[in-house]
Write a protein that binds this ligand. Structure first.
Ligand SMILES: Nc1ccn([C@@H]2O[C@H](COP(=O)(O)OP(=O)(O)OP(=O)(O)O)[C@@H](O)[C@H]2O)c(=O)n1
Ligand SMILES: C[C@](O)(CO)[C@H](O)COP(=O)(O)O
Length: 233
C-alpha cells in the first residue's frame, strides 16, 4: 500500500458580506498582496502537498490577477452556495487524481495567518489516525448565552472548560470526508465546517491545539489585525 498523499482544498467562493468591502474579502490586499495569495503561499510552501484545488465563485473576476493563477500546483473549480457546497465541489473535482485514503486538508481562503508550525503539528499528530481532525483553540473568554430581547440580556454563563474554537485546516481522509459531506447534504444538515459533517457521520475528530492568531478575516477590523499578525512572523 502506497503512502497516502496530501491534498489542499481552499474554499474561496464566498462573497464576504460581513466584511462590507468593495470586493470579496479573499481579494482584499495586505501589503499589496491578495489575501488569497497569502493564504495559498503560506500553506503550499509549508507542507508536502501533491496538489491544491481552489473553489471559486462562478462570477469571480479577480482570480486571473492572482499570483496563484500562474502556479502549476493550483487547480480551480466552481464553488457552491454555501461553504460546504464549495468544499464538496472541490472534493469531486479532485476525484480523478486522489485515492480513498489520501489526506485532504481544507483551509479557509480567509485565514492568511496560518503558521507553518501549526500545519506541521496538525499533519504530524494525525497522519496515522483513522479519521483525522482539526486545528482548534481553547476558548479564553467567559461566554454568555443571550436572550432574544433588544438589547439582548444574559440568560446564562456557559461552562467554557471543554469548549474550543474550530479553526482550519481541517484534515480528513478523502473518501470519508466526501461521504460525510454528501450524507449531510442528503439530510439537509447544515454544516459550517468539515468536522461537523464527520461528526454527523458518527466520527470523533481529534482536536489539535493551534495558534489563536490563526484568525478568519470576517469583519472590517480583522484586516488590520491580520496585517499586524503577519508582520510579526
Ligand atoms: N459559498 C461559500 C461561502 C464561503 N466560502 C469560503 O469559506 C471561507 C469561510 O467562510 P466565510 O468566512 O463565511 O466567508 P464568506 O461566506 O465570504 O463571508 P460572509 O458570510 O460574510 O459572506 C471563506 O474563505 C469563503 O470564501 C466558500 O468557498 N463558498
Ligand atoms: C470553517 C470555520 O472557519 C471554522 O471555524 C467556520 O466554521 C467558517 O464559518 P463561516 O460562517 O463560513 O465563516
Amino acid at each position: 500500500m502506497t503512502n497516502p498523499r496530501f491534498w489542499l482544498i481552499v474554499p474561496a467562493a464566498g462573497i464576504g458580506q460581513r466584511m462590507q468591502a468593495e470586493c470579496p474579502k479573499q481579494y482584499l490586499k495586505i501589503d499589496r498582496r491578495f489575501i488569497l495569495d497569502i493564504t495559498l503561499s503560506r500553506t503550499l510552501d509549508s507542507a508536502p502537498f501533491d496538489g491544491c484545488m481552489v473553489a471559486l465563485h462562478p462570477d469571480d473576476r479577480w482570480w486571473p490577477d492572482t499570483e496563484a493563477s500562474g502556479d502549476s500546483r493550483v487547480q480551480t473549480c466552481h464553488g457552491g452556495s454555501a461553504r460546504a457546497d464549495s468544499v464538496l465541489a472541490a472534493l469531486r473535482a479532485l476525484a480523478p487524481q486522489v485515492d480513498a485514503d489520501d489526506w485532504v486538508l481544507v483551509h479557509d481562503a480567509a485565514r492568511p495567518c496560518i503558521h507553518r508550525d501549526d500545519l506541521t503539528r496538525l499533519i504530524t499528530s494525525l497522519q496515522n489516525h483513522d479519521v483525522g481532525g482539526l486545528l482548534a483553540s481553547p476558548v479564553a473568554d467567559t461566554l454568555k448565552k443571550g436572550n432574544n430581547d433588544t438589547p439582548p440580556q444574559v440568560r446564562e454563563t456557559v461552562d467554557r472548560s471543554s469548549l474550543w474554537r474550530a479553526l482550519t485546516p481541517q484534515m480528513f481522509r478523502y473518501a470519508k470526508l466526501l461521504n460525510a459531506l454528501e450524507l449531510a447534504a442528503e439530510n439537509a444538515r447544515p454544516v459550517t465546517d468539515e468536522s461537523s459533517a464527520m461528526e454527523f457521520s458518527g466520527n470523533m475528530p481529534v482536536l489539535v491545539e493551534g495558534r489563536p492568531d490563526n484568525i478568519k478575516v470576517t469583519v472590517p477590523a480583522d484586516l488590520a489585525l491580520a496585517g499586524f499578525i503577519l508582520s510579526q512572523f
